[in-house]
Design a protein around this ligand. Structure first.
Ligand SMILES: Cc1cc2nc3c(=O)[nH]c(=O)nc-3n(C[C@H](O)[C@H](O)[C@H](O)COP(=O)(O)O)c2cc1C
Length: 338
């Protein structure tokens, strides 16, 4: 009898072996070194930088380069780049490779006008041949595996994920991730999971060794389990579901490996993680900036927690470590949340 493959399992992306299949998605403005480190602590199998401008890399921009530095607990790191065409890849590759990325991911899904109008991000969905050329250019120059993150298509009338996937695979891509929405949908509406089932079957016929990852509406461990069961994708990429909620990696791994949800994360664990996140941010940004940048994360740590409005308000007004610590202490003592 052939044993059924567990829903939690290792992944091979080309010549790279990853211990598990619960990935942290690229999230512009969120997946910086500090947040990635926290997600690793809570069990993320593999982490992605936020999208990095290939043009910026080619120019040697310091801001761009800062995005490529690993956290101390990141043995492996996927760097996601955005670019309009292969010539830009050619110009930026030498600089990129100096940072030793584990995987190079190509952004073919960003819907933000500033990116789209340069011909990068989801504009590439309209030109599968450009996807082919970008992937082919990179894979000819390096043995670092290339992955591609696509959407269903530009809009409901131009769903073309078979074409974009075929182009990426012919160029030598070693992994495909699909955010199962169109560019026109942005981040609203329901992600089309049946399309993920279809994509997995399609890739299976063309390049069975290439893993397919699903993205879209993964807001809980049970949603991740359902996606894996329903669609047959090889792994999941948590995005908005991980914001203020790095615990989702631990919970999902627990659910997939034991069949049961772990006990809910305690208030103390939540607070300890939040402060740890703040101090990690401070290591690279300094206290002032870390306290400011932490605001967007801090309220997310209390999303869905009953009666947390006052706690969130106090946290976002904190401007020093001492203030954060004081508010956190008060939360644990039961003030704010009652
Ligand atoms: C604030 C924000 C920033 C994002 N930044 C990126 C990015 O830099 N690169 C990328 O490929 N996708 C990016 N995404 C898309 C996510 O990786 C993911 O595919 C999408 O949010 C769908 O998953 P979800 O419905 O579970 O959130 C971003 C999404 C959000 C909400």
């Amino acid at each position: 009898m052939v044993a059924q493959k567990s829903l939690y399992h290792p992944i091979d992306i080309g010549n790279v072996h990853i211990d598990g299949n619960l990935f942290l998605a690229p999230l512009a403005g969120y997946t910086d070194r500090a947040f990635r480190a926290i997600c690793k602590d809570w069990g993320a199998s593999f982490t992605y930088t936020e999208m990095v401008s290939s043009e910026g890399l080619a120019r040697g921009s310091n801001n761009t380069v800062d995005l490529l530095i690993r956290a101390t607990n990141e043995q492996q790191l996927a760097v996601q780049i955005f670019l309009p065409e292969a010539s830009v890849a050619q110009r930026s590759l030498e600089r990129l490779l100096q940072f030793n990325p584990t995987v190079i991911d190509i952004n073919c899904g960003c819907p933000v006008p500033k990116v789209v109008k340069t011909g990068a991000g989801s504009t590439l969905l309209r030109y599968p041949n450009k996807i082919y050329e970008i992937v082919n250019t990179i894979t000819r120059c390096t043995s670092v595996p290339v992955s591609v993150k696509i959407r269903l298509g530009w809009d409901a009338n131009t769903i073309n994920y078979h074409e974009t996937t075929a182009a990426a695979l012919s160029g030598g891509a070693s992994m495909i991730t699909m955010h199962a929405r169109t560019k026109a949908m942005g981040y609203s509406g329901k992600a089309d999971w049946p399309a993920l089932t279809d994509l997995k079957q399609y890739v299976q016929t063309l390049s069975p060794e290439v893993p397919v990852f699903g993205s879209g509406d993964l807001f809980s461990a049970s949603a991740a389990k359902e996606m894996l069961e329903q669609t047959g994708v090889d792994g999941v990429m948590f995005a908005r579901g991980a914001m203020g909620n790095p615990f989702i990696f631990f919970e999902t791994k627990h659910l997939l490996t034991s069949g049961i949800m772990p006990l809910p994360i305690s208030l103390e664990q939540r607070i300890e993680t939040l402060l740890n996140h703040l101090y990690r941010l401070g290591e690279t940004r300094g206290e002032d900036l870390a306290c400011r940048e932490m605001r967007k994360h801090a309220s997310a740590y209390f999303k869905g927690i009953p009666h947390a409005a006052k706690a969130k308000q106090a946290l976002v007004q904190s401007t020093t470590y001492a203030q954060y610590e004081q508010v956190c202490g008060s939360i644990i003592e039961g003030r704010f949340l009652s």
